[in-house]
Design a protein around this ligand. Structure first.
Ligand code: NAD
Length: 348
């Protein structure tokens, strides 16, 4: 498909394509918006079927990140990098140094970090070529490093806000949570949920990850493709996006959806579909902001860990506000939160 035929364009500022055959580096950096500041967003390394799918993912993810950063109240716009490669077999240090050069050439318009298929080691390679990279552990006591525990923390705040509305409860003790995807964030989420007394039902396409969470946190493990079919109070998507569709939503047993994955809705109307089915959806771009809140503290004001905790707690309050507005206006939480994010971006 020609680039401009992509349906996912939504006033994106720029699409940068890169292809260096020598180091097998191929992909896109998409900047959705720099109105609030430089575009801050992760780098996804994935075996996309083709470049249309990769570009579509980057367009959707970068818009989601724009909304996330706006809602988190941090001075950053939204962007995303996607590398077309299998993270298990095709990643190389040279590839990420190459990406670092591309990012450096953009002069700060885009700042990267880990996402699906990338990790701290990859970001260290990026950092050899550019300072426009986050998520690398610095000196001890400094709030840098792996963002996943912070992302899990904000998801928990969103879950608590949802449990308050759906069950009139202030804690997660005994609440059952079905977690899809047990990578960086999914694992951390399970750890924190276990500490909070929640019951876990988990599934990852990588069986060893499921086995680890079963062993460490007493979770019930299921086949990855069964996780949407289990009985639970909360569904926590923590893998790739697009799992909430016209085909899956009517069959969900869960009263709440709250997870870390970006773009959980296959399309915007699926937000309305969740609402009509009586499922309380904590918008992904609101509740998965803990990582960027931490990164922003790292780059902007060096806030200490307690201050970052306090800022992440605000995610729960913001989510509660969205739930209240959605109920009062009879509109989906996704529509309410998207309007709020757009208004923040446009007001600058
Ligand atoms: P990750 O690559 O570490 O983990 C993703 C996991 O999902 C992997 O273990 C993979 O095997 C599994 N998976 C993939 N497809 C699956 C399927 N169909 N069923 C079950 N498991 C499947 O990535 P991550 O950093 O943990 O990110 C997870 C999600 O959260 C992504 O959507 C990402 O964009 C989003 N997110 C992450 C962060 C962060 O701090 N890392 C912040 C915000 C949002």
């Amino acid at each position: 498909m020609p680039i401009f035929g992509q349906l996912d364009f939504d006033n994106h500022e720029a699409v940068h394509a890169f292809y260096n055959a020598e180091i097998n580096l191929k992909g896109f950096i998409v900047v959705h918006s720099t109105k609030l500041g430089p575009a801050l967003g992760g780098c996804r390394c994935w075996k996309f079927d083709n470049e249309d799918v990769a570009l579509s993912d980057a367009l959707r993810l970068s818009r989601g990140v724009s909304y996330k950063n706006a809602m988190a109240g941090i001075p950053y716009g939204g962007g995303m990098a996607v590398i077309m490669a299998d993270p298990r077999t095709e990643k190389t240090p040279e590839m990420f140094e190459g990406l670092g050069k591309v990012i450096e050439s953009l002069g700060g318009a885009y700042i990267t970090a880990e996402d699906v298929g990338t990790n701290i080691d990859d970001m260290r390679c990026v950092a050899k070529q550019t300072d426009y990279v986050n998520g690398i552990p610095r000196t001890s006591g400094y709030v840098g490093g792996d963002q996943s525990p912070r992302t899990a923390q904000s998801v928990i705040e969103g879950m608590k806000a949802a449990v308050k509305v759906a069950y009139d409860r202030n804690d997660l003790e005994g609440i059952s949570v079905a977690v899809q995807g047990l990578g960086n964030v999914g694992y951390q989420l399970c750890k924190q949920l276990h500490e909070a007394g929640a019951k876990l039902i988990v599934g990852d396409i990588a069986e060893e990850k499921t086995a680890r969470v079963v062993e460490e946190f007493g979770a019930e493990g299921v086949e990855a493709d069964q996780i949407l079919n289990v009985e639970a109070d909360i569904l926590a998507p923590c893998a790739l996006g697009g799992l909430l569709t016209a085909a899956t939503i009517p069959w969900l047993s869960m009263k709440i959806v709250a997870g870390a994955a970006n773009n959980q809705l296959a399309t915007d109307p699926d937000g309305e579909r969740l609402f009509q089915n009586g499922i309380l959806y904590a918008p992904d771009f609101v509740v998965n902001a803990g990582g960027v809140i931490s990164v922003s503290a790292e780059r902007e004001d060096g806030a200490d860990s307690a201050e970052v905790d306090a800022r992440i707690k605000m995610v729960g309050e913001r989510t509660a506000e969205i739930f209240a507005k959605s109920a009062a206006e009879g509109r989906s939480t996704h529509a309410v939160a998207s309007d709020m994010a757009r208004a923040i971006i446009q007001s600058h």
